[in-house]
Design a protein around this ligand. Structure first.
Ligand SMILES: Nc1ncnc2c1ncn2[C@@H]1O[C@H](COP(=O)(O)OP(=O)(O)OP(=O)(O)O)[C@@H](O)[C@H]1O
Ligand SMILES: [Mg+2]
Length: 457
């Protein structure tokens, strides 16, 4: 921002009559403006370039460069500039044309001092509004940019584009992805891009509460509906109002809660625990889970009718190991933030540290990456983060199956298979379809083997 924007406005007066220039200069000065003068249009153009005044007052009729030439040139260089044209009766028509072309004002000669001052004041106000507007817009752009979840890889952008295209709708969205892939980040992003952005964004972790408490949080309850319900409580579905409500870890809900959720989504209303009357639900619902819900359905843990109701728009967030190209972008952002928090310049990764990070499988995804870098940024004193500052598992990824000594002493084929499956599963961050792929077997075969070895399926 130039100094003139916060101090008094600068005004350049252009005319081919010295007398007029002097009069206006004295007048504007006494009114608190900072006036400059230019004798003739040619001088005027030079002064505009040199001074970049907030306002320009110019005569229309001048022998060499006319006021309209000045207007055109100013517009081309600074579309926000405010120009006041001074005209004699004869050139009124052309001045009106100029106003239509975007000049701010014209004033007819001869004019009274107060008329000119009024117009200059209004022009100055206009100018500062335009400037404010531009600053606001720039702020908004910056916010928008900083709000876009980081990543430029194809799998990430594919997912983000779906999020962006559904943000403006009221559709229910189901966000699936391993732990730490950014489900909550994307849910917020959808909210921020939507028309609901100024309304609340609420979320609940369905896995963190026992069934009865979860239901009273979600739907609310009335006083006395159960022991401890000493007053009415508004549920989150209701509290979210016209905002967005994120049902996080929806895969952790019990079948009983699932029935109730289904009802809320179908009827768009909630009945608080112990109440008889339903309350309307206007919030947009987003659900998130790191479980494979189709798999949970097969195993009888998740209701398929609720699944289909939630799964109107499905977004699967890719694990970090499938988008190694994003590691450097994410690292830069996390290191920048870590620096800002501590009022230091951002640290940079040594090339071998970045390479190791790109090779590592990140079972905890972006969250694991974020934590590793925050820790490194604190531990490292210099401005470069060496490989040795990264967690050991990143530096030396396990290269062999983890088979205990006891197993090695007396290994049967089954023990080895079990250990091997476990090892691949861990390296794949618990992702079963990928584990099956790596093992070269069918997912259904993998499930059979897991249950045979007493491993969680
Ligand atoms: N694309 C991204 N850009 C910036 N930060 C991200 C991005 N993805 C994830 N993060 C950060 O990683 C962390 C984990 O993200 P988030 O909480 O959204 O993951 P999640 O998928 O909801 O995980 P969980 O299943 O464990 O709840 C957060 O601190 C978040 O700020
Ligand atoms: Mg989450």
């Amino acid at each position: 921002m130039t100094a003139s924007a916060i101090s008094a406005p600068t005004v350049l007066v252009i005319d081919d009559e010295m007398g007029i220039l002097d009069t206006i200069r004295i007048l504007l000065k006494s009114e608190g403006f900072i006036p400059y003068t230019a004798l003739g249009g040619k001088k005027g153009l030079e002064q505009i370039a040199a001074l970049k005044p907030d306002l320009i007052i110019t005569d229309v009729r001048m022998p060499d460069v006319t006021g309209l030439d000045i207007l055109a040139s100013v517009r081309a260089h600074d579309p926000e500039a405010v120009v006041i044209l001074m005209t004699a009766q004869a050139s009124l028509q052309s001045a009106i044309g100029a106003v239509n072309n975007g000049a701010f004002y014209y004033i007819q000669k001869p004019f009274k001092n107060e008329e000119l001052v009024t117009i200059v004041r209004r022009a100055a106000e206009h100018r500062s509004l335009r400037r404010e507007n531009r600053t606001l817009k720039a702020d908004l752009k910056r916010r928008e940019r900083s709000g876009r979840p980081i990543g430029a890889s194809k799998p990430w952008l594919d997912a983000l584009h779906v999020a962006e295209s559904v943000a403006g709708t009221d559709s229910t969205v189901l966000l699936q992805g391993e732990s730490g892939t950014g489900k909550e980040v994307v849910a917020r992003y959808i909210h921020d891009l939507s028309a609901r952005a100024t309304k609340p964004f609420l979320s609940i972790n369905c896995g963190a509460l026992p069934e009865s408490l979860l239901e009273s949080e979600l739907f609310g309850h009335v006083k006395g509906s159960f022991t401890g319900a000493s007053r009415d409580k508004e549920g989150l579905f209701f509290a979210a109002g016209e905002g967005t409500f994120l049902l996080d870890e929806i895969g952790e809900t019990t079948p009983a809660t699932q029935v109730k959720l289904l009802r809320v989504l179908q009827q768009r209303e909630v009945i608080p625990v112990g109440a008889t009357e339903a309350k309307p639900v206007t919030a947009r619902v987003i659900a998130a889970t790191n479980r494979d819900l189709e798999d949970e359905i097969k195993r009888g843990n998740f209701r398929s009718d609720l699944y289909y109701r939630l799964n109107v728009i499905s977004i699967v967030l890719p694990p970090l190991r499938t988008r190694p190209d994003d590691i450097s972008l994410l690292s830069d952002a996390f290191l920048k933030r870590a620096g800002e928090v501590r009022g230091e310049a951002p640290k940079v990764l040594a090339p071998d540290a970045l390479e190791a990070m790109q090779r590592y499988s990140w079972p905890g995804n972006v969250r694991e990456l974020e934590n590793a870098l925050e820790r490194a940024a604190i531990l490292v004193k210099g401005d470069t983060i060496p490989l040795s500052a990264l967690p050991e598992r990143v530096v030396e990824p396990k290269s062999e199956p983890l088979v205990s000594d006891a197993v090695q002493a007396n290994p049967t084929l089954d023990t080895i298979e079990r250990a091997y499956i476990l090892w691949v599963l861990e390296n794949e961050g618990g992702n079963k379809p990928r584990t099956a792929e790596v093992l070269g077997i069918d997912p259904s075969t993998l499930y059979r083997k897991l249950s045979r070895y007493g491993l969680p399926t």
